[in-house]
Design a protein around this ligand. Structure first.
Ligand code: GRF
Length: 196
């Protein structure tokens, strides 16, 4: 007889359109051992919030108060029995207290090849503009653990794509998004299977 495995619970943090959230949701929907227990968003009007509500994923709106004192947010994550926190286009810095409560249990995806083109202010199209302005011929994605410093946690995975000489930031962003959708759910699944 198959031993029942413990259900693992993800918290997804997102601020925007949530295309990665949709891919992660689609990837794990058929898996009875993984559930998305909560979506955390700092923008009530974000498209990702409507998506989560449509899917019956509990939504927790995060405020600036939560940034200064994350104790209630942490309590909500613990009440939802969250095993792993997934940042998917979340634009606020994760409070240090939360990193301390979830050590090596917070993953982020960055739309460039860290350690280059990371850090404060390097998000969204700013990243792609910087990569193109520097004349890079290659960019990509980085999936990494989150620590107390922006984009500096241990790198778990990178994938590369070309940057064409006439690329606009939007064209490069589209190529990067495809890489993200292709790899992020698989890396999350792999990481989940490595933690108890
Ligand atoms: C992604 O490019 C991700 O790398 C970055 O924010 C973007 C989110 O896109 N951190 P989406 O909202 O998942 O479409």
């Amino acid at each position: 007889m198959r031993t029942p495995s413990k259900v693992k619970t993800l918290a997804l943090f997102a601020s925007g359109t949530g295309s990665n959230v949709r891919c992660i949701h689609a990837h794990f929907s058929p898996d009875p051992d993984v559930e998305i227990g909560i979506l955390v968003c700092n923008r009530p009007d974000a498209a990702v919030v409507s998506f989560a509500r449509d899917q019956n994923i509990p939504v927790r709106l995060m405020t600036r108060e939560d940034l200064h004192d994350p104790s209630r947010l942490i309590a909500d994550l613990q009440a939802a029995k969250v095993d792993l926190v997934i940042l998917a286009g979340f634009l606020w810095k994760i409070p240090g207290e939360m990193v301390a409560v979830f050590p090596d249990r917070i993953l982020n995806i960055h739309p460039a090849l860290l350690p280059r083109y990371g850090g404060k202010g390097m998000y969204g199209k700013h990243v792609h503009e910087a990569v193109i302005a520097a004349g890079e011929t290659e960019s990509g994605i980085t999936i990494h653990l989150v620590n107390d410093h922006y984009d500096e946690g241990a790198i778990l995975f990178q994938a590369r794509c070309p940057v064409h000489p006439d690329d606009t930031p939007e064209q490069l962003a589209e190529r990067i998004h495809q890489l993200e959708h292709q790899h992020y759910p698989n890396i999350i699944e792999h990481y989940l299977s490595s933690i108890s």
